[in-house]
Design a binder for this molecule. Structure first.
Ligand SMILES: Nc1ncnc2c1ncn2[C@@H]1O[C@H](COP(=O)(O)OP(=O)(O)OP(=O)(O)O)[C@@H](O)[C@H]1O
Length: 452
């Protein structure tokens, strides 16, 4: 049943709508603060909002303010504003602010029912669309539901089909290479090679020949003509990892290749045309390097036509748990281990750990935990992490428990924001006071009741 909030200070109208909107799950509010509290608690898909609300019912200002607050708290809500007769200018103002539709008094039950039904259908469609978008991430292999990773994925997806040079910025182990591969796989070059080279791991004197190749006899030991990574990537994508570590001397040669799309092998005289897409990555602050002249400015602009920031694992909400579960399944098969899941202590510890080594650190910790774990559940100690709360171990871990952990965190946060005032905490969380108290009991947050 569609959820509808009716905001109107006229009790007669409330009564009329109560009897006519029986096909919907309806709640009422008579002023702006109550409307916001009901919005938090009830999460209606549709709101009918009378613009003339107290303390100044003759004016639309309070109604328009309520509209703005509703849309900033719950932007997907479909708000139908109800205006006085001939109050077209406020109706238009409301539409400009983001209202879904408007309706002029006097209220006719049948018409408002049709409007609400239409708004509910649209809200349902939009919701379905959002769920679909979330469940089928643009970049298939990039695991993560957090908004930060989804945003980076969408950006990568948008540029994949173009030949624009992308610069991926992020700490070590955040998945820059995974992103570069995904960009390649989603591009028109996906049937050609993806070639990666790490500029930091190859000694300076070898990097040039690794990249550009060499002719037979170019230097001692050059027994035969050898293709470099650039030529190997012909038609496909070249991924230059740790581009910030490229020696300044080689940067000039790199720039020429990027500008003119031709290369010369070491010891060669022929210009070889190359058609490749270049994706670069670094954990360094290239802009600062440009300022101190250890990185060429012209090269910086050439490689970074668009930049994508890959967020560190600590900024990806609950993704760490999603990734941990995926890797756990993978390692259990790989090491033929019998571990079944994570203890509460492990989940809490993973959520609290700052992960300076990001996903690679998570993988390493999980690998050793899978091998070393004594029981069926991996504990915080198995992961080499400190459990933030010494909570009793339970047998089962599932998404519900993860959600409950998040809920107790949210209750604490709201409690602090509400200056330890219970009514305000309940209001911020969109629950009633009794519900808040029962949640506090359920999650053993008794210290909140004593106000310590
Ligand atoms: N979103 C993701 N989903 C699944 N696995 C991931 C994801 N991101 C990274 N990984 C895995 O994490 C590990 C580290 O990723 P990757 O090598 O791409 O990081 P990086 O940022 O390029 O690191 P470095 O800067 O140290 O080279 C890899 O094993 C990769 O498969």
């Amino acid at each position: 049943m569609g959820k509808v909030l009716v905001v109107d200070d006229d009790l007669g109208i409330q009564k009329q709508l109560k009897w006519s909107l029986t096909d919907f799950d309806v709640v009422f509010a008579e002023d702006r603060p109550t409307a916001i509290a009901q919005l938090r608690r009830f999460e209606p898909e549709v709101v009918t909002l009378d613009l003339g609300l107290p303390p100044d019912p003759a004016n639309a200002s309070e109604g328009l303010l309520a509209l703005s607050e509703i849309l900033s708290l719950a932007p997907h809500t479909k708000v139908i504003v109800v205006t006085g007769n001939n109050d077209k200018s406020n109706a238009l103002k409301a539409i400009e602010l983001g209202a879904y539709d408007f309706y002029q008094k006097p209220i006719d039950s049948d018409t408002i029912k049709i409007l609400i039904n239409r708004a509910l259908n649209l809200a349902a469609l939009e919701h379905e669309n959002r769920v679909l978008l979330r469940s089928s991430p643009a970049m298939g292999k990039i695991i993560g539901n957090s908004s930060s990773i989804q945003m980076a994925s969408r950006r990568a997806e948008k540029i994949a089909q173009t030949d624009i040079s992308a610069l991926l910025l992020g700490e070590s182990g955040t998945g820059k290479e995974v992103f570069a591969r995904s960009i390649h796989e989603h591009s028109q070059r996906s049937d050609k090679s993806f070639v990666a080279i790490n500029c930091a791991s190859i000694p300076e004197n070898l990097l040039e020949s690794e990249l550009f190749g060499y002719e037979k006899g170019a230097f001692t030991g050059a027994n035969k003509t050898t293709l470099g990574k650039i030529e190997m990537a012909q038609g496909g994508t070249l991924f230059l990892d740790e581009i910030g570590d490229m020696p300044v001397g080689l940067q000039a040669k790199m720039l020429r290749f990027l500008q003119e799309r031709v290369i010369e092998r070491v010891g060669g005289r022929t210009e070889i045309p190359v058609d490749i897409r270049v994706v670069c990555a670094t954990h360094r602050d290239l802009q600062a390097m440009v300022a101190e002249e250890s990185f060429r400015e012209d090269l910086f602009y050439r490689i970074g036509e668009i930049t994508i920031e890959i967020p560190p694992l600590k900024d990806r909400d609950q993704d760490v748990i999603l990734l941990a579960k995926t890797f756990l399944t993978q390692y259990c098969t790989e090491f033929n281990a019998r571990v079944k899941g994570f203890s509460d202590s492990a989940v809490n510890a993973m959520l609290a750990h700052p992960w300076p080594g990001n996903i690679r650190e998570l993988q390493n910790k999980l690998k050793s935990a899978v091998i070393l774990a004594e029981g069926q559940l991996i504990t915080a100690e198995d992961l080499g992490l400190r459990a933030p709360d010494a909570e009793p171990e339970k047998e089962i871990l599932n998404l519900r428990e993860v959600r409950e952990f998040a809920e107790s965190q949210a209750i604490r946060k709201a409690y602090i924001r509400a200056d330890k005032n219970m009514s305000k905490t309940a209001e911020l969380l969109g629950v009633t006071r009794p519900t808040l108290y029962s949640l506090i009991d359920k999650y053993h947050l008794e210290d909140l009741k004593t106000g310590v």
